[in-house]
Design a binder for this molecule. Structure first.
Ligand code: CP
Ligand code: NVA
Length: 307
């Protein structure tokens, strides 16, 4: 049966670690000029109903490096933008391609696409989840810290797609997870229920206090206060999120050597200061690079059909 990558909740801890192991291997092969054309002759259709820099470039380049081909379909210019049902798009693309990556708004649209497609579907971001980003994030933390189990992951800001995916991914990898969000901007209830079910909720904290969340953290994540599709709420959100910033005062309570990660794009002076961003730029751009390697691993595992 074909497999998809729709959200972190669908993966086990072992699944995540297998993806990270293959991602490390593919990174090594690429950096040492070793051939890794595992998807020779295969095609990935990439549907974008929201903007992207990293996701588009890393998927397209990744397919090329694996010996395959990727094609870009914008929501607006394809028939999706004129209302063709996702069930029909799924069945059409299944006749031409070997995999589909989709970035859209509603998680239900991605789940529906996967239901009707005969080929693997990869979620390249929805309002609910950003699993490809979080696989790259976990890869980056493991690369620098050598392991994940037992580390403290902190997220500061909006209970958005990144928070939802980091909570689930971090807990599944044995991390302690602490999230600071303002009242009314909490992570999804499905994610909070999952977090409460892991060892009776003992490894998860949700608080309004950024210092409580960041205390002794090994890695601090943040993300924009207003996500794609929330542009009209920017002014209101700037008020709600004032103080939810990763800055030098916050870093002072974290564990010495604490990493900082940001999925990008970043809004300096809002969720993170210029100073902290630049101090941790190497880690943040490693994280961006690892999108390429982590997604290549996902594509090989889902589309190769043997590994
Ligand atoms: N982090 C991320 O998904 O970046 P893009 O929006 O540029 O794809
Ligand atoms: N939360 C952000 C992530 C961007 C990669 C958004 O959805 O816009």
């Amino acid at each position: 049966m074909k497999k998809d990558l729709l959200k972190m909740l669908d993966l086990s801890g072992d699944d995540i670690l297998s993806i990270l192991d293959l991602a490390d291997q593919l990174k090594y092969e690429q950096q040492h000029g070793l051939p890794h054309h595992y998807l020779e002759g295969k095609t990935l259709a990439m549907i974008f109903e929201k903007n992207s820099t990293r996701t588009r470039v890393s998927f397209e380049t990744g397919m090329f490096q694996l010996g395959g081909h990727a094609l870009f379909l914008s929501g607006k210019e394809s028939q999706i933008g004129r209302g063709e049902p996702i069930q029909d798009t799924a069945r059409v693309l299944s006749r031409y391609c070997d995999g589909i990556m989709i970035r859209t708004f509603d998680q239900a649209e991605v789940e529906n696409l996967a239901k009707y497609a005969d080929i693997p579907v990869i979620n390249g971001l929805t309002d609910f989840a950003h699993p490809c980003q979080v696989l790259a994030d976990l890869m980056t933390v493991r690369e620098r810290m050598a392991h994940l189990n037992g580390l403290k992951l902190c997220f500061i800001g909006d209970g958005n797609n990144m928070a939802n995916s980091l909570i689930v991914g971090g807990l599944k990898c044995g991390m302690e997870v602490a999230v600071a969000c303002p009242e009314g901007y909490w992570p999804d209830q499905q994610v909070l229920d999952f977090a409460a079910s892991v060892q009776g909720g003992s490894r998860f904290t949700l608080t309004g206090d950024i210092f409580e969340a960041a205390k002794d953290a090994d890695v601090i994540f943040t993300d924009v206060w207003a996500s794609m599709g929330q542009e009209e709420e920017r002014a209101k959100r700037a008020v709600a999120f004032a103080g939810y910033q990763v800055n030098a005062d916050l870093m002072a309570v974290a564990h010495p050597g604490c990493m900082v990660q940001h999925c990008l794009p970043a809004h300096r002076g809002e969720e993170i200061t210029e100073e902290v961003f630049e101090q941790h730029a190497d880690e943040i751009f490693d994280e961006a690079e690892n999108r390429l390697h982590a997604q290549k691993a996902v594509m090989v595992l889902l589309m190769h059909g043997e590994i």
